[in-house]
Design a binder for this molecule. Structure first.
Ligand code: DLL
Length: 432
């Protein structure tokens, strides 16, 4: 089922026209109401009258996380605080959070986009959704909650944490959809098995997982453990929250709600637009947002776009799975390393569990990278020779992919801390 047929199956020409009209409107609004954007546009010598179609977006200034911090909390808003109906915030890793206010219309649109996403993942009003994303300033819990309600589905507002209770809810209330981070879904699957249950003891059929990067291999593991089809949902607080895009039944990219968020892929060095299929930094421009519309917001997430038609019938552009963030990239002895590359290797090795931790350090002038890998219960033994063979095998595979030497350390099953929200996979001691 397609939630909003007119918009999700619109021709490319109609979409171009809609986006152009909406961009003109947004640009005039921020030019009139937000000092920051007026100043930035004046510096570039651009006026709202210079924007005729969506293609003129390249004339507009960028917005970064630093701009949001510098204007904290409400300096980039284009409506007075009396019109905010909810304020979310993203915690970030350093310093101040970034505040993201929503007007009544913004929240309405948020629910619409998440309803579209749940539908895109195969959900209907017959489903019951267990929302195990955190509720609060984080957009995952309330976002999925409002979207599922808009769809007309039932909601179990479980929030994250209290894993045993989550499993009891799953067995007793029989939700058909689970929404949480992929790492938490993995943990729930593992805990279900530990309690002596399996997919047949629960009624789940679909997973709607996002908020952190995950690999195709991880998807298969979760699907097997919970007996579901797992979908990828993407979003970020600054733009809205979950529901910016979601994968459909073709499992070949995530359809973007591009009538509200205009995506561009930029070359991270030149900041010029890249063609379809080329990986670069994903950048979004709000087309309809009221409280805090952003122009060309640089997400730092790396992926590519695909405008070709999708067999599901939706015409909205698709983005690929996020392969990493430009600021997550580790530079180890001059080589670019993404944690996702290591995860993909580990998931191909049956003896390794999908739980791992990457520790980066520096000895003298040399960077070191250690990958701590939890051994799968089935393969864990006291036989040192056997363990050493597994260790060597993993090391060789990672070395081959990364082309640098890594230290691999095997750890006992269930010793790496599990996350209930976004997993922390890297400790970079060089920056501590
Ligand atoms: O994580 C919103 C969200 C909630 C999305 C629930 C999906 C589900 P933030 O906390 O602001 O918002 O974090 C946004 O998380 O820039 C990406 O780096 C990462 N991210 C989000 N979804 C995905 C995904 C929410 N499906 C940041 N795959 C983004 C990979 C993701 N990374």
């Amino acid at each position: 089922m397609i939630w909003n047929v007119p918009v999700e199956t619109m021709s490319r020409d109609e979409m171009h026209h809609l986006q152009s009209e909406r961009l003109k409107d947004t640009v005039s609004r921020v030019y009139q109401r937000v000092d920051f954007y007026r100043r930035k546009m004046q510096e570039l010598g651009v006026e709202p009258g210079d924007i005729h179609t969506i293609d003129d977006i390249v004339k507009l200034p960028f917005t970064t996380k630093k701009d949001l911090r510098d204007n904290y909390p409400f300096g980039l808003c284009s409506v007075p605080q009396s019109e905010f109906v909810r304020i979310h915030a993203s915690s970030g890793t350093t310093g101040k959070p970034t505040a993201v206010p929503h007007s009544r219309k913004d929240l309405d649109l948020f629910a619409e986009c998440v309803a579209r996403s749940i539908c895109c993942a195969g959900g209907t009003q017959e489903d019951t959704v267990q929302v195990s994303y955190g509720y609060g300033l984080f957009t995952g819990g309330l976002g999925l909650h409002d979207g599922a309600s808009r769809l007309g589905a039932g909601v179990i507002p479980a929030s994250s944490g209290n894993t045993r209770n989550q499993l009891t809810l799953m067995r007793d209330f029989r939700p058909t959809i689970l929404a949480c981070t992929p790492s938490y879904a993995m943990y729930l699957a593992e805990s279900l098995a530990d309690e002596g249950y399996g997919p047949d003891d629960i009624a789940l059929r679909i997973g709607i997982f996002g908020a952190e990067p995950w690999s195709a291999e991880m998807r298969s593991k979760i699907e097997k453990g919970l007996g579901i089809t797992a979908h990828d949902i993407y979003g970020l607080s600054e733009i809205m929250g979950p529901g910016v895009s979601c994968s459909c039944q073709m499992q070949n990219g995530l359809h973007i709600a591009e009538d509200h968020f205009y995506p561009e892929i930029l070359n991270p060095d030149t900041l010029e637009q890249e063609a379809d299929g080329v990986v670069g930094e994903l950048t979004f421009t709000h087309l309809t947002k009221e409280a805090m519309p952003l122009l060309r917001y640089r997400t730092r997430d790396l992926t590519s776009l695909d405008h070709s038609p999708c067999q599901c019938g939706r015409t909205n552009v698709r983005m690929g799975r996020i392969i990493g963030r430009s600021d997550d990239m580790l530079i180890i002895r001059g080589v670019n390393v993404f944690p996702s590359q290591i995860e993909s290797v580990l998931l191909e090795v049956p003896e390794a569990s999908p739980n791992y931790l990457i520790v980066v350090d520096r000895q003298g002038v040399l960077d070191t990278i250690e990958v701590q890998v939890e051994i799968d219960d089935k393969y864990f033994t006291d036989e040192l020779v056997e363990m050493e063979n597994i260790r060597k095998k993993i090391k060789q595979k990672i070395d081959n992919v990364l082309r640098i030497g890594v230290i691999v350390r095997l750890v006992e099953p269930k010793t790496i801390e599990r996350s209930q929200g976004k997993a922390k996979r890297v400790i970079d001691k060089r920056s501590i």
